[in-house]
Design a protein around this ligand. Structure first.
Ligand code: AMP
Ligand code: ZN
Length: 473
């Protein structure tokens, strides 16, 4: 490759795009805040992991080896960023009608951790090298809190141990708190009388019934401490990249930095990357709106997980992405069109010009190395597909680009259609010809239950695979 466009990434910490320079010239260390496994991941959460996957694959495309850690939060984690209220795992237990015990919390966590890994697999997301569970790191959490206590940064209140943020001159540097300073509600919605400052956060919370023993009493670690502990334990400090959704900038990542940098007196990580949110029909996705979508909901709509991944790539990871039935269907059409064209390209084995290959390769690399501009990278793929270069070259290059996109673009969908499904497809087509659309729709549902989706192409119905009902999680 002649042109070597350097990889640039937008760093929330410095508020600008920077040329990426890792601590070790070959191996990149990356930590991503993982899911709280109290329910299925929703498509907003999944966008965060589609983003970290393309980040990881881009680093590999730039010849780095990546050591990626993503934690699994399997206890605690309050609904809001505050330290008060009921935690998500307890809410999850109540929702499932399970008694609130530590044992059941583990059962619930196991169930939804499995579901989460199934989602990652469906999205062809490379599983991070290390996926530690928070509940396996309580002793290390306690040690870190003790270290902060020894240094004089921790104090007691009636309900826990808190971090004294007023002792840090640069507290809030990630979120640029100086500029939004003293908006107390940013930190905590509930006035806590014993806290020295509203923004001080819990390192340990007392609980008489649940949790673990500690030098301060029974209870739970605060929810920021696990990421400080697990990132340092598996990656060292400082490490290269820390990722998460933008909601983590103000509180969670700010407090991770406060803990880790106070304890070890060195930077926690050099590059802080954050993905923007998904909206559904232009509204915030929220329980109160009743519009939370999970992967199973997309499958119910006949949307392939990888078509959703394709949709994620049509927007930059730092822009909001609006998901609608129309945008999902349009992404799926483009995705399958691309795959169908590539199946045809596979047949061709003619020679091609390597200069021509370099031209497209440079364009693709320039796009993806520009702070992971996936929309531009997809545009390069389409330019190539529409060009008059030999099909063999199209196939060869897309196969290479797909190492970054992870869309399985050159993997033909090979499947056997059971006879009963074939019969349903034929009967449905018959109904369509007779304009008996309600009956045709009914059959489409039956076909979907069996794990197939019918697409009505110009040259007749085409079958695609979907997880069948029995395989849905
Ligand atoms: P949680 O399980 O709540 O800790 O969230 C897991 C990840 O998903 C975090 O990185 C969040 O910042 C991210 N996230 C949560 N909601 C959304 C959303 N609507 N769109 C994009 N990312 C989100
Ligand atoms: Zn975290």
């Amino acid at each position: 490759m002649t042109n070597n466009t350097p990889l640039t990434l937008y760093n929330t910490l410095t508020r600008k795009k920077e040329v990426f320079k890792p601590i070790n010239s070959e191996k990149v260390t990356c930590y991503s805040c993982g899911p709280t496994v109290y329910w299925y991941a929703h498509i907003g959460n999944l966008r965060a992991y589609v983003f970290t996957d393309v980040l990881r694959r881009t680093l590999e495309y730039n010849n780095y080896t990546v050591q990626h850690v993503m934690n699994i939060t399997d206890f605690g984690h309050l609904e809001s960023d505050a330290d008060e209220g009921e935690d998500k795992m307890t809410k999850g237990l109540k929702r499932e009608g399970m008694a609130v015990t530590m044992n059941n919390m583990q059962k619930l966590a196991d169930m939804y951790t499995n579901a989460f890994f199934t989602d990652l697999q469906r999205l062809n997301i490379i599983t991070p090298e290390i996926t530690p569970r928070a509940s396996n790191h309580i002793q290390e959490d306690i040690q870190l809190i003790q270290q902060l206590e020894r240094k004089g940064y921790a104090y007691h209140t009636d309900d826990g141990i808190y971090f004294d943020t007023q002792q840090l001159a640069d507290y809030g540097k990630l979120a640029n708190h100086q500029q939004t300073e003293e908006k107390a509600e940013t930190y905590s919605r509930v006035q806590h009388t014993e806290k020295k400052h509203q923004r001080d956060f819990a390192l340990w919370k007392f609980n008489n019934n649940l949790g673990w023993d500690s030098p301060w009493g029974y209870g739970f670690p605060g929810w920021h401490i696990e990421c400080s502990v697990m990132s340092t334990q598996y990656l060292g400090q400082p490490f290269d990249i820390h990722t998460g959704g933008i909601d983590h900038i103000q509180v969670h990542h700010t407090n991770e930095i406060a803990q880790s940098e106070t304890a070890y007196e060195m930077p926690m990580a050099y590059y802080w990357l954050h993905n923007a949110f998904i909206q559904v029909n232009s509204s915030k996705m929220a329980k109160s709106e009743g519009n939370i979508l999970i992967m199973n909901d997309l499958i119910e709509k006949g949307i392939q997980p990888l078509a959703f991944k394709y949709l994620c790539f049509t927007a930059h990871y730092r822009s909001e992405l609006n998901v609608t039935d129309q945008s999902l269907a349009a992404a799926q059409r483009s995705y399958y069109r691309l795959k169908d064209i590539l199946v045809e390209c596979m047949e061709d084995d003619s020679e091609f010009d390597s200069d021509m290959a370099d031209k497209y390769r440079q364009q693709f690399k320039a796009a993806i190395n520009d702070d992971l501009n996936t929309a531009e990278a997809l545009a390069v793929v389409w330019d190539l597909i529409r060009s008059d270069v030999p099909d063999s070259l199209k196939y060869y290059l897309v196969e290479e680009f797909d190492q970054v996109l992870g869309l399985q673009l050159t993997e033909p969908e090979s499947f056997d259609v059971p006879e009963e499904v074939q019969e349903l497809v034929e009967r449905r087509e018959q109904f369509r010809q007779e304009q008996r659309f309600a009956e045709a729709d009914q059959l489409r549902e039956e076909i979907k239950e069996k794990g197939f989706w019918v697409e009505d192409a110009e040259d007749g119905p085409k079958l695609r695979t979907l997880p069948s009902h029995s395989q849905r999680i």
